[in-house]
Design a protein around this ligand. Structure first.
Ligand code: DGL
Length: 275
């Protein structure tokens, strides 16, 4: 895609997308670290989950998300979805000529910095785990780190239902985490946007795990990338953040306001996807 005609500037917005609203964990971290940046967030709520879909479908959806965000003249993209990062990031980098960052490399770097036992566990959707994207990113930094990957597909649905501290959720987590307990892992990557909401339960089951949540690490990596591309804004008090969703349910706006801790304009993405 040729973006040269739109010529983004330092004051252009940053585009962020996720398969739904789990990526708001990344949006929140970015707005806290880079409060002067304008951000357009797109959540593909109509087509969630991505984690159980084929690679071709996820690449196709990701391209449509990027085309939508690019209509805002964005200067950079954050793929705030582990599954889309694992499957589509390299493809998107060839598709659009603006800087793009995903959530996997920043999470992998933080995990390698954290581990002392050199054994790292990862939980994620089936697709993220099958891609071994975290394991590859970790072993590129340090080939001596052992990585244990566990797919945990039911967790997204439990979080979507807000069943974040039910007994059934704890029972499922115990079962999922059992191969990691006693495996001398000291660091666990929450390799899915939804899992930070389960951090308290996970920590109860594995109190010795240092949990890595990619959101904050991604915000730091984004700042580094924008600085090196001379794209960090100097302008203060710009006209803020906007959220677009491909499906907008009446009760989601309340949840988003309370999670973000402030009121952000939320709209349905009209005519999405453009075909
Ligand atoms: N956003 C996805 C991820 O981080 C989780 C939800 C989904 O399966 O779409 O992997």
């Amino acid at each position: 895609m040729d973006t040269r005609r739109t010529r983004p500037t330092q004051d252009s917005p940053i585009g962020v997308f996720d398969s739904g609203i789990g990526g708001l964990t990344v949006l929140k971290a970015i707005t806290q670290l880079l409060p002067n940046e304008r951000i357009v967030y797109f959540g593909d709520t109509a087509r969630l989950p991505y984690g159980s879909k084929s690679d071709d479908t996820i690449v196709g959806f990701s391209i449509e998300n990027v085309i939508f965000l690019n209509t805002f003249g964005i200067k950079a993209i954050v793929v705030a979805c582990n599954t889309a990062t694992a499957v589509a990031l390299d493809f998107l980098r060839g598709f659009i000529k603006i800087p793009i960052i995903g959530v996997i490399e920043p999470g992998a770097e933080a995990a390698v910095r954290t581990t002392r036992s050199k054994r790292i566990g990862i939980i994620g959707t089936k697709t993220t785990i099958n891609q071994h994207a975290y394991a590859r990113a970790i072993n590129e930094i340090d080939p001596n780190v052992e990585v244990l990957e566990v797919p945990t597909p039911l967790l997204v649905h439990l979080v979507e239902e807000n069943w974040i501290d039910r007994d059934v959720t704890k029972a499922i987590l115990k079962e999922y985490l059992s191969p990691l307990l006693g495996a001398r892992i000291d660091t666990l990557i929450l390799g899915c946007t939804h899992y930070p909401f389960l951090a308290k339960c996970i920590q109860e089951i594995g109190p010795d795990f240092a949990l890595i949540d990619s959101a904050h690490e991604t915000a730091i990596a984004l700042r580094r990338m924008l600085r090196s591309e001379h794209l960090l804004t100097d302008t203060k008090d710009q006209d803020g953040t906007q959220i677009y969703l491909s499906d907008l349910q009446p009760d989601s706006t309340q949840w988003i306001d309370s999670f973000m801790g402030k009121k952000i304009p939320i709209s349905k993405a009209e005519n999405f996807p453009f075909r």
